[in-house]
Design a protein around this ligand. Structure first.
Ligand code: FEC
Length: 294
């Protein structure tokens, strides 16, 4: 009887030449306009990923630290790049696991995000091991405490952010936005911060309406309300990657500069020991009934 963890992340192209195949995987085979591909290649080039890629390196650090913390094999599975979720599942089964914890490095559930990770993992395991899938950990006390620590005492207006999704999720009863607002409220309360708001970021050009407000419009609105100092706390993400280093550090920073406002952001949890301990506690909780039954 043995356990394993499949730790899942979005995935990121390792080299610039991987970007077309990576984008095609994200689009699920639907057509990509050449100007959108060129724009994406340009963003990755300007972040300097030719040599190495921050998201993949951070995920590997997190994986190794989590394995040490829980004393169980942890395999990385990427949704849109290598090693794919199916490869991680295969390694877990080959390693003799009969129970697999599926944990995504994204705290909030949506049918358009977390459900996709689950489907890939379930299909790959194909009943060969019991799956204990963590659907959401947006209100985890330890996670909330880590973020609260990063904004406590700030004089700036705090803007919590997360990846936008197509607006149709609201009519489909998806909990994504409610969970994001709950995390934001819990973090603000724990930090004793009253001056905060929420906005989405990183909308994709798919031709349908996405959830708003987008951070760039939101910064303009905040400026017109007299907020000239903003601290961005991206609650929907946990590591430094394209959506942080480009969309916040570049685009939002530029918009703030145009407005004459100051924008800073919190350090992402990445593979910090306190954050790895939060992940470890989630894994232990998921395995508790299994351990008790043995
Ligand atoms: O650093 C990196 O290389 C990867 C950064 C990255 C993360 C990420 C997280 C989320 N996404 C979510 C939803 C969507 C939907 C679409 C979509 C498109 C993209 C594209 C890139 C990209 N996403 Fe992403 N996302 C990251 C990167 N995302 C690149 C394609 C080009 C572009 O739009 O700029 C639209 C798909 C479609 O076209 O049909 C929807 C959600 C998350 C947060 C949860 C998670 O991490 O899984 C939700 C990191």
């Amino acid at each position: 009887m043995s356990n394993a963890v499949v730790l899942m992340a979005y995935g990121s192209p390792e080299r610039l030449e991987d970007v077309p195949a990576y984008y095609s995987d994200i689009r699920g085979g639907r057509p990509i306009k050449p100007e959108h591909l060129a724009d994406l290649v340009d963003r990755y080039r300007r972040l300097g990923i030719e040599e190495s890629n921050p998201l993949n390196a951070i995920t590997e650090d997190t994986r190794a630290s989590l394995a040490r913390a829980v004393g169980v094999p942890v395999y990385t599975g990427m949704k849109h790049w290598h090693p794919h979720i199916a490869e991680a599942a295969e390694r877990a089964v080959e390693g003799g696991a009969d129970t697999v914890v599926g944990l995504v490095l994204a705290p909030h559930y949506s049918r358009l995000s977390i459900a996709g990770y689950r489907e890939q993992l379930e299909a790959a395991l194909a009943g060969r091991a019991e799956l204990r899938f963590v659907e959401s950990w947006h209100d985890n006390e330890g996670f909330v405490a880590i973020l609260a620590e990063k904004i406590r005492g700030t004089e700036a207006h705090v803007v919590f952010t997360a990846h936008s999704l197509p607006a149709r999720i609201l009519t489909e009863g998806d909990p994504y936005r409610d969970q994001l607002l709950e995390t934001s409220r819990l973090v603000a309360e724990a930090a004793g911060v009253d001056d905060w708001s929420f906005s989405f970021q990183s909308e994709s050009p798919t031709g349908e309406p996405w959830l708003g407000p987008d951070i760039l419009d939101h910064l303009t609105d905040l400026h017109s309300q007299g907020h000239d100092e903003v601290l961005v706390c991206p609650v929907g993400f946990v590591s430094d990657h394209l959506e942080i280093r480009w969309d916040i550090d570049n685009e939002a920073q530029q918009r703030a500069a145009e407005l004459g406002a100051r924008l800073s952001r919190i350090e992402m949890p990445n593979a910090d020991p306190a954050f790895v301990e939060v992940l470890a506690s989630i894994v232990r909780e998921a395995l508790a009934p299994v351990v008790a039954a043995r």
